[in-house]
Design a protein around this ligand. Structure first.
Ligand code: ZN
Length: 454
């Protein structure tokens, strides 16, 4: 067993995206540094937001009537009442959200931005076209209030280009933490034979200890922030049944995990079966993806290890709505068994909440899905029995903590990166409100502001 890694990518190696972000963000100047230069140059102009209701710390009660002050990409203060913008400087910009519900931007921990499940060959046949497809989707995600995404698997590293282009400000989109190619064994989950017009979807091959280490190291060299391991088959397959053994051998899981841990890369482990979930947790996975058939031992390991479950109810709900398209023969489950899995996976957030398992949130979405899929996943949590307050925390604060970014993302707090969204009404009372986002700020820049109708 590998000792529990205290992986803090934020402290040890920020993702490239984050490094670029920090390099371009002007932080509020300390008095010491501002004394050495012209004060007017040292302080970026304020953006002054009147927030009617402010969910500053998801999981806790919202605050009423607050003035949020943003400078140079960061939240610098949250003051009681509505204070005039001019009191923060003559050049302050005013944003009126005095009748809206303001909260941190959404964080989706399970997406595939450069895989397009149902795209035709004109898109799926070219890495360059897939990258542009991903860029178009990234803009729609940001419009929908998703300000941070973890991408847990692409084909040939396309997502790194998208991540870096967004961080450089070349295209709009959420900040991305990327895993690159999935680490999978020959014929394992994610290893798919291409159709005649498709690119060969090629995971990084993990067949035996040395190749697993190499696959992880090659991904890191290519730019991976995370390592995605496919420890079980998919929910569609026999290898994803509740009682299935992991599809990777114990020494393969251990070798890949150890190589990742030594490079301070956290692991996102795809696992449906009980044995696969528990093997991933025992080897130090930071997040378990899907996690359909966790048991009491899994719950104990999640808590003991500080790991997070990312249940992805959205993709299970989608499969359930299209059973005949996803059912099959042989290693692929037939309709009845597939429905049993989808029912269990859709109910999983509620079951995990009852078991006290720390919940983050991800959808398994991508360009084939609607841009409000992340918001719908919050609704699926609530429908499965997770209190709305905890579901909103999963989609914001907990995601940030799972990313090792809990000290700068996922809350509206002085010193945090200014990623804010606003909706009408109260999403704690009606979670569907999250599907209509009216205001989006990322890195202190207003990306979207829907005008009030006159
Ligand atoms: Zn996935």
């Amino acid at each position: 067993m590998i000792p529990l890694p205290s992986i803090r990518p934020s402290a040890l190696r920020l993702g490239t995206a984050v490094l670029a972000l920090c390099a371009t963000t002007t932080f509020a100047q300390s008095p010491a540094s501002s004394s050495t230069r012209d004060a007017a140059n040292a302080t970026p102009p304020a953006i002054v937001i009147h927030a009617g209701t402010l969910l500053a710390n998801p999981g806790e009660s919202p605050l009423k009537t607050r003035t949020v002050v943003v400078r140079g990409g960061r939240i610098v203060s949250i003051d009681e009442g509505f204070r005039p913008a001019a009191s923060y400087g003559t050049d302050a910009k005013f944003v009126d959200l005095s009748d809206r519900f303001v909260m941190p931007g959404l964080i989706d921990l399970h997406m595939h931005l450069s895989i397009s499940m149902h795209a035709g060959p004109e898109v799926s046949g070219s890495e360059a076209r897939l990258a542009l497809n991903g860029a178009a989707y990234a803009r729609r995600l940001l419009d929908a209030g998703v300000t941070t995404v973890r991408d847990v698997g692409d084909n040939g590293g396309t997502v790194y280009a998208l991540r870096d282009a967004i961080a450089a400000g070349d295209v709009p989109g959420p900040r991305i933490f990327a895993a690159g190619r999935v680490i999978s064994r020959t014929g394992g989950h994610g290893a798919k034979r291409p159709g005649p017009t498709e690119l060969h979807f090629e995971p990084a091959g993990c067949d035996g200890v040395e190749s697993c280490r190499r696959a992880v190291r090659e991904n890191i060299e290519a730019g991976a922030d995370w390592i995605k391991l496919t420890v079980s088959g998919s929910g569609r397959e026999a290898g994803g049944r509740a009682d299935a053994q992991p599809i990777m051998l114990a020494d393969e899981i251990a070798a890949a995990s150890e190589a990742a841990r030594r490079a301070y890369r956290p692991i996102a482990a795809h696992a449906h079966s009980t044995a696969a979930i528990n093997a991933a947790l025992a080897n130090g996975a930071t997040t378990v993806e899907h996690g359909t058939y966790f048991d009491a031992e899994s719950a104990r390991l999640f808590k003991q290890r500080g790991a997070w479950l990312v249940p992805t109810a959205s993709v299970a709900a989608f499969v359930r709505s299209q059973l005949s398209m996803f059912a099959g023969n042989g290693d692929v489950k037939g309709t009845d068994e597939l429905k049993q899995w989808a029912d269990a996976a859709v109910a999983n957030p509620g079951r995990a909440w009852s078991a006290g398992i720390p919940l983050a949130l991800g959808t398994d979405g991508g360009p084939s899905f609607d841009a409000d899929t992340t918001a719908k996943e919050v609704g699926l949590y609530v429908a499965a029995g997770v209190p709305a307050s905890a579901a909103l925390a999963a989609a914001t604060r907990n995601g940030a903590e799972a990313l090792g970014m809990g000290d700068r993302l996922g809350r509206v707090q002085a010193g945090y990166i200014a990623d804010l969204i606003a909706v009408d009404g109260d999403p704690l009372a009606d979670v569907e409100r999250l599907r209509t986002v009216l205001f989006v700020m990322k890195d202190g820049v207003v990306h979207r502001e829907v005008e009030r109708s006159p």
